[in-house]
Design a binder for this molecule. Structure first.
Ligand code: BJW
Length: 260
């Protein structure tokens, strides 16, 4: 059933028109309309079928490297076949429109960059890349980088040609530290923004879910776009219930109409 036309609150449009910096954090929900499953949606989410602790932790990889490598290869193929949707494209328009803009994403699919978003902070890494499991040079290792070079490898997982360690997806698993520089960029963008959007995330994974509180503490207007309530829905100024692929284009349309 088609969603009814979306009315964006005039007060939000006004806030956006006066904003100097806009910060957006996205989660798996924005890519759902590109056919990529979310993690926690009850019927369709990945965790409805697979156990996170058996696949998305360093312990799981060490215990069963082939299973985890295969699972990520399957997801990499899914992501490789997907294209950005209207929600991703609307965020590119918002970046073009705003004086200053930061897009923090928890997504590992790279669809924001493919859509054309420029100032993107990838908090949880990128599934299209690999790095060595125990490599001290991490992403600087010559064996790290584009995962597709290992697609034809008979070894699952392949080994680093320099030090022999297993190659693994360059994503952040539970219990692993996020890149320090990325946390700083996200924290700064959240503290200095005038409007903060949380789009398509269940807002349960930390530290990603904490950035909105920095925005709130610094007086930003906060917006949530999600068809389902989250633990943060009651705290945001503008909870907009619905799909990112519908609400974001409607918001851009109204922003531009009232701007001309
Ligand atoms: C739509 C839609 C549509 C549907 N439009 N919307 C503080 C408190 C409690 C726990 C912790 C804490 N601090 C740290 C922790 C532990 C842990 C954590 O947060 N656990 C909680 C789950 C309890 N955090 C960590 O372990 C992090 N590391 C860390 O803190 O390290 C500390 C450390 C320091 C020093 C040394 C060592 C360690 C790391 C977290 C890594 C998360 N990794 C994953 C997997 C990435 C790789 C992969 O892809 O496999 O990241 S888990 C998974 O969850 C993935 C996502 O990025 C992340 C968030 O999920 P997301 O995006 O919100 O998706 P869903 O499915 O949950 O929600 C989708 C939403 O979309 C829903 O709300 C839908 O309604 C909505 N939706 N269709 C708009 N069309």
């Amino acid at each position: 059933m088609a969603e009814s036309p979306v009315e964006i609150p005039k007060a939000l449009i006004e806030k956006l028109r006066n904003a100097r910096h806009i910060t957006v954090i996205t989660g798996a929900g924005i890519s759902a309309e590109s056919g990529i499953p979310t993690f926690r949606d009850a019927q369709t989410g990945l965790w409805a079928k697979y156990r996170a602790e058996e696949l998305a932790t360093p312990e799981a990889f060490r215990a069963n490297p082939e299973l985890v490598w295969d699972w990520y290869s399957w997801r990499r193929k899914l992501v490789g076949d997907a294209a950005p949707n209207d929600g991703h494209h609307a965020l590119v328009e918002l970046e073009d429109w705003a004086p200053s803009f930061t897009l923090i994403t928890q997504n590992v699919d790279g669809l924001h960059q493919i859509a054309g978003s420029r100032n993107v902070v990838e908090l949880h890494g990128n599934i299209r890349k690999v790095k060595g499991l125990d490599c001290t040079r991490d992403r600087e290792c010559p064996a790290a980088g584009d995962a597709s070079r290992y697609d034809q490898s008979p070894d699952k997982p392949p080994r680093c040609e320099v030090c022999g360690t297993y190659m693994r997806p360059a994503v952040v698993w539970f219990g692993e530290a996020l890149d320090h520089n990325n946390i700083e960029l996200a924290a700064e963008a959240s503290s200095k923004c005038d409007v903060f959007f949380s789009v398509g995330t269940s807002a349960v994974v930390y530290p990603a879910a904490s950035f909105i509180y920095q925005a709130l503490a610094n007086g930003a207007a906060t917006v949530e776009i999600n068809p389902q309530p989250t633990p943060q829905s009651q705290e945001v100024h503008f909870p907009l219930k619905g799909s990112a692929g519908v609400i974001l284009p409607a918001l851009i349309k109204q922003l531009k109409e009232q701007h001309s």
